[in-house]
Design a protein around this ligand. Sequence first.
Ligand SMILES: [Zn+2]
Length: 126
Amino acid sequence: MTTDGDTEFGGWRACDACGEAIASPDEAALTVPPELIEERRAGIAERARALAAGEEAAHVSTGLIPWDWGHRACFPPRDEAYFVEGARIATMPGMLAQTLALMDREWFLETAWEDAVRRFYRIPFE
Ligand SMILES: [Zn+2]
């Protein structure tokens, strides 16, 4: 197992929304749609209600909500709490600091943050 490069920055990915390259992290962000978090919660709550009532529960997606990466201008306006500026994750210490900050958000564990981090950094699984 090598240690050099395990946490190497993988480069800026193209915009998820428009597919164009990201020239500078200053113009981009990671973001998660709050409406998808709400939909996921509503689906889980409805499923629990149906099960408790002895009804057939509809299938609901309980998967984690993926983060989108791209140009700020390519995403609809939403609360700043659901954005992480590209410049803040341009280094591994920055990414770690953002991870710790996000852990304070009550919805954080409902998102696929690990996948977002692994899009930019090669991190050993163990
Ligand atoms: Zn874009």
